[in-house]
Write a protein that binds this ligand. Structure first.
Ligand code: KIV
Length: 264
């Protein structure tokens, strides 16, 4: 990928509706950011999935603002051309507006994010409208919202009937009206995802939401075969990097034990 490609911004993502599919992946550190940017990825999400993929936590719920800020700063130090979106973690977006704005200020000013991602539908729209008014670019996240897992009891697919589909469309329109530059739609039946994509003029980036979204996002370790545990059924693994890591580490261990490394 050319080093001269222009910086991807919330503004340029907003213009991608119905155009070339947007490619997004999570990234949690400078190594991931380096490889994702070299591949010409459009958006790197410093997602709260850092908790269950890289930090050994059981879900995204224990992930804090400090954790997201720490990982966002590592990604931002690589100065990628990709847009950096930072997740607003569990509960943070539900505090008084001043506190929510301060959280976003920290992610944009101190950590170096280009935008924030916030889980929520119609009920989150008024807060998002005020953030946008304050100059915060917001990527709305609806459909399955993993931060809700403790009250949902499990991760579930949405858009399974007309009522759920109508709610997804209403949520998407409210988020668009609030000023989100794009939406992320998670674990939604493809027919319902199509209804959402057609209902809004902002790009909809899907994960487990079928092929008709304006782009796709996956978790970095899932794409590269590095996730040691459960991988959702909608994921396609594009490389078996885990095997390469294992082989390399086995070879290193063997070389040390057999006194072949370091060489005389
Ligand atoms: O944190 C995350 O990884 C997400 C996914 C939906 C991409 O929000």
């Amino acid at each position: 990928m050319s080093a001269t490609r222009p910086k991807v911004t919330p503004h340029t993502i907003r213009q991608r509706k119905g155009g070339d599919p947007i490619v997004a992946v999570t990234a949690y550190d400078a190594i991931m950011a380096h490889y994702a940017d070299a591949a010409g990825i459009d958006i790197m999400l410093v997602g709260d999935s850092v908790g269950n993929t890289a930090l050994g936590l059981e879900s995204t719920v224990p992930v804090t603002l400090d954790i997201i800020a720490h990982h966002t700063a590592a990604v931002a130090r690589t100065k990628p051309k990709a847009m950096i979106a930072a997740d607003v973690p569990f509960a943070e977006a539900h505090f008084d507006f001043g506190d929510v704005l301060r959280s976003c200020q920290r992610l944009l000013q101190d950590a170096g994010a280009d935008a924030v991602k916030i889980e929520g539908g119609e009920t989150m729209a008024p807060t998002i409208a005020r953030l946008v008014d304050a100059g915060v670019p917001v990527w709305g996240h609806t459909g399955l919202m993993p931060q809700q897992v403790k009250q949902l009891g499990r991760y579930k697919k949405y858009g399974l009937n007309a009522k759920e589909t109508d709610q997804l469309v209403a949520d998407a329109k409210a988020l668009e009206d609030a000023g989100c530059f794009a939406l992320l739609l998670e674990l939604v039946k493809p027919e319902a995802a199509r209804a959402v994509v057609q209902a809004v003029d902002v790009p909809v980036v899907g994960i487990g939401a079928g092929a008709e979204c304006d782009g796709q996002i996956l978790v970095f370790t899932d794409v590269l075969g590095l996730t040691p545990g459960y991988v959702p059924g909608f994921v396609e693994q594009f490389a078996d990097t885990g095997r390469v890591w294992s082989d390399g580490l086995d070879a290193y261990a063997r070389a040390v034990r057999e006194r072949k490394f370091p060489s005389k």
